[in-house]
Structures are given as structure tokens and as C-alpha cells.
Design a protein around this ligand. Structure first.
Ligand code: SF4
Ligand code: SF4
Length: 430
């Protein structure tokens, strides 16, 4: 009798430290937990209100530092399987407390944002002076629709530019951004972190002062990316010679119905120059993919990318080809840095501004304008966007239904398609 008592007492005291490695990202929503290895992209998922989920909650507790003590009598088949899995996938391990009486020190990953960004987003009453020095770091890409005149009649014109980088015409009320305004803008942002200027129209070849603009852009040591519809290509040697320079590149956008002869002549013109060129093919359904594949083979085109276009009637195409799956989310192998950034800022929109030909400035073309060229300082606009904007800080952790989904840190940022479709979960998970 006495002996049995002693054995039980010993068993009660025997315990292991269960711990996760610091590169593991843990997310728990309701009774769904995921463990994601940021080094090898592997994922473990657990559902249900059971001892394994309770153990993951303890590991992930604020004060737990990814470590918890588990007594031998708390073990069951599921806990053992969990420990085997975290070991097998290099996500964690266990250690008998007799070998290490004190809690093993673990660095649980923490959100460590750049101080100013954190302060801008969270503190509404903060003083502008404190961030003046850093505000210039929040501009990386600026897109200019330099004009709005175009002679084509693409059916996608009114909606495409809100979904992806595309030209947009307005012949009824045509505008151009005056060259002087562009000069003033580039002067203002010359000390920023700008790395790319994207130029489109309308038909940008109609821009009144295109030669002057090209000469000016040539002086700016950032990438210059020009987008033009293949239907608008005509041979302008001085323009394409400029585009042959090291920091310049050309995007040719192609959409259905494709005019084969015109496409052939466009490619023939462009083949005379040494351009860094990229074809962007707009597709709305599987039949178009099939058709374009034949055309690409015939024309011997190897370098291109597809961009899906939502036309209001092709949701099933989006469901089959665009919607996120577990595999597609994990395939991008987000790092811990990516995950924390995605929880705070929309990494798709962040540090990007678009100026339409009438001078209206946007952080995202699906949201209201945030300023006017020539009447507001770009850095004031950036400050306001960080402080109380609708685009740069719109993240899945704050919107329904994503905020209740364990995958919200792993998913790519909210995209223009989601704004256009009015649905934030373009996925087959929730
Ligand atoms: S080429 Fe561009 S701007 Fe012109 S109609 Fe087509 S989409 Fe609109
Ligand atoms: S899109 Fe939203 S609901 Fe879908 S998996 Fe991502 S976070 Fe979850």
C-alpha cells in the first residue's frame, strides 16, 4: 500500500518541458489552431476543443514564451501524436524537467515594427514633428496616368484600372498632368525612398510633352515602367530608344478580342529595339487561356504573364483559378517578417500612390482620393494615409470574416479584386 502511494507521487511529479522553436508562427481562432514553420513552409493544423488545442493555447500564451510544463499523467494518445508531429516537422520538442529544472529560455516571436510606423498607426494625437524625418521613407512607387485620351474601345476600360495596373481613358472630359506639375512632384520626392515611377495614360503616346517628360525622367535614377496597350503601339524610335536604357521597362497589355495582325505588327516594331519588355495578358475565362496559348505558340512568345479580369459574370472562373487554397497560401512561404508586416499594413498598397490625369491622388483606386496634385504636399498626404487612411493600413486581422480566421497572418494582403467583388475571403477556407 505504502509502495503504490510513492510510485503515484513520483509519477505525478514527473514532467516535460514542451516547447516550440522561435521561428514557428502560431495562430489560434476559436477552436482552430495552426502552427507554421517559417523556415521550411510546413503547416500543422488542429481543430476542436481538446487537450491538444489547450496545450497549444498554453504554449502561445503571452507570458509562456512558447514553453509549458506538461505532467506525465496529462499525456494521452493525441498529445503524444502532437509532440511527435512538432518534432518531425522541426517545430518544437520536449525535454524532461529532471534534465532542466528551470524553464528553458525561448524567444517567442513578437511584433517589432519600426517605431514611427507603429506610432503613426496607433496614436492619433501624436505630433507631426516627431515623424518628419522618417515620412520620406514611406514612398516607394508612384503611378502617373499622364493623360486620359485614347482612341481604342476596350470593354474593360472602366473597370480594369481598379483591378490591376492598366491604362484608363476619358475622352469626354480629357485631362493631362501638366509637365510642370510632374517636374514639381519629382523635385518634392527626390529625397524619398522612391524606387519606381510607373507611367501610363490613356494612350501615353498622345501626351503633349512626351519628349520633354522622357528627358526629365532620364535624369531620375529610379526604375521607369511604361504601360501601353498593344493596340496603341506605333513606331516612335526616340521613345523606344529611351526605353532601351538600363532603368526603363515596357509593359504591353493585351486583352480579348485579340487582333492578331495588330499584335504581330506591334511585336515587329518592338523587336527592332533592345527593350526590357513584359507582356501582360488579360484573361476572363478558361476559353481565353486556351486561345491565347495557341496564339503565343504561333507567335513564338515565351515571356508573358496572365492577369485575371473580373467582368461581373465570371465569378466561377475566379473561384477555380484565383481563390486561395491552403496550398497556394503556403506555397508563397511567408517569412515571420512578412507575417507581422501583413498583420499591420497592407503590403500590396503600402508606400504606393497613384495620380490620375486630373491630378487626383489615391492610395488605392478603389478608395476615395486622398489629395490633389499641386495643392497638397505629397508627404502631408502620406502622413494622413498612415494616420487615418483607408488603404495602407487595411489588413485581414481587422476585417470580417478574415479576422476570425487562423490563416489571416499567412494570407496575401487584401487585393483590388476583393474590393471590386466586395468580398474579403476569396478563398476556399472560410
Ligand atoms: S487602350 Fe487602355 S485607355 Fe484605351 S480604351 Fe483600352 S483600356 Fe482604355
Ligand atoms: S482570405 Fe480570409 S478567410 Fe480566407 S483564408 Fe485568408 S484570412 Fe482566412
Amino acid at each position: 500500500m505504502k509502495i503504490t502511494k510513492n510510485v503515484n507521487k513520483k509519477k505525478t511529479k514527473e514532467a516535460d518541458w514542451i516547447f516550440l522553436h522561435p521561428y514557428v508562427y502560431v495562430s489560434i481562432k476559436q477552436n482552430h489552431a495552426i502552427l507554421y514553420n517559417t523556415l521550411n513552409g510546413e503547416l500543422l493544423e488542429y481543430q476542436g476543443n481538446n487537450p491538444v488545442l489547450k496545450l497549444i493555447r498554453r504554449l502561445n500564451a503571452e507570458t509562456g514564451l512558447y514553453v509549458t510544463k506538461l505532467y506525465k499523467q496529462q499525456y494521452d494518445k493525441n498529445i503524444e501524436r502532437f509532440i511527435n508531429q512538432i518534432r518531425k516537422h522541426y517545430m518544437g520538442d520536449c525535454l524532461n524537467t529532471s534534465l532542466r529544472p528551470n524553464t528553458p529560455f525561448q524567444m517567442k516571436p513578437m511584433l517589432n515594427l519600426q517605431k514611427t510606423l507603429d506610432f503613426l498607426i496607433t496614436d492619433q494625437s501624436s505630433s507631426r514633428i516627431l515623424v518628419n524625418d522618417e515620412i520620406q521613407d514611406y514612398l516607394e512607387v508612384i503611378t502617373l496616368h499622364i493623360n486620359s485620351r485614347c482612341n481604342q474601345t476596350c470593354t474593360q476600360c472602366d473597370s480594369a484600372y481598379k483591378q490591376y495596373f492598366c491604362c484608363k481613358k476619358n475622352n469626354e472630359n480629357p485631362h493631362e498632368i501638366e509637365f510642370d506639375a510632374i517636374e514639381k512632384l519629382t523635385e518634392e520626392i527626390k529625397n524619398s525612398s522612391l524606387r519606381k515611377i510607373r507611367i501610363t495614360g490613356g494612350n501615353l503616346l498622345f501626351y503633349t510633352e512626351l519628349q520633354k517628360l522622357i528627358r526629365h525622367l532620364d535624369q531620375i535614377p529610379v526604375i521607369k515602367e511604361f504601360l501601353i496597350n498593344y493596340l496603341n503601339i506605333e513606331d516612335k524610335p526616340w521613345f523606344f530608344e529611351f526605353l532601351s536604357k538600363e532603368l526603363s521597362q515596357l509593359i504591353i497589355i493585351i486583352h480579348f478580342p485579340i487582333k492578331i495582325r495588330k499584335l504581330e505588327s506591334c511585336l515587329k516594331i518592338l523587336s527592332q529595339y533592345h527593350l526590357k519588355m513584359f507582356l501582360l495578358i488579360v484573361i476572363e475565362d478558361d476559353a481565353q487561356i486556351k486561345k491565347i496559348e495557341d496564339i503565343l505558340t504561333r507567335l513564338n512568345i515565351e515571356s508573358f504573364d496572365f492577369v485575371p479580369h473580373y467582368n461581373g459574370e465570371n465569378l466561377s472562373f475566379f473561384k477555380n483559378s484565383i481563390f486561395l487554397t491552403r496550398q497556394s497560401i503556403i506555397a508563397t512561404k511567408p517569412s515571420m517578417k512578412n507575417i507581422f508586416a501583413r498583420k499591420t499594413i497592407n503590403t500590396g498598397d503600402f508606400q504606393k500612390l497613384t495620380v490620375l490625369s486630373n491630378g487626383d491622388i489615391y492610395a488605392n483606386l478603389n478608395h476615395p482620393k486622398i489629395g490633389k496634385l499641386n495643392s497638397t504636399s505629397v508627404f502631408d498626404i502620406i502622413f494622413q494615409e498612415l494616420h487615418r487612411g483607408k488603404s495602407w493600413t487595411k489588413v485581414r486581422t481587422r476585417i470580417k470574416p478574415c479576422k476570425s480566421c487562423a490563416f489571416n497572418g499567412l494570407c496575401p494582403p487584401i487585393s483590388n479584386y476583393e474590393y471590386v467583388l466586395g468580398k474579403y475571403n476569396l478563398c476556399n477556407i472560410m
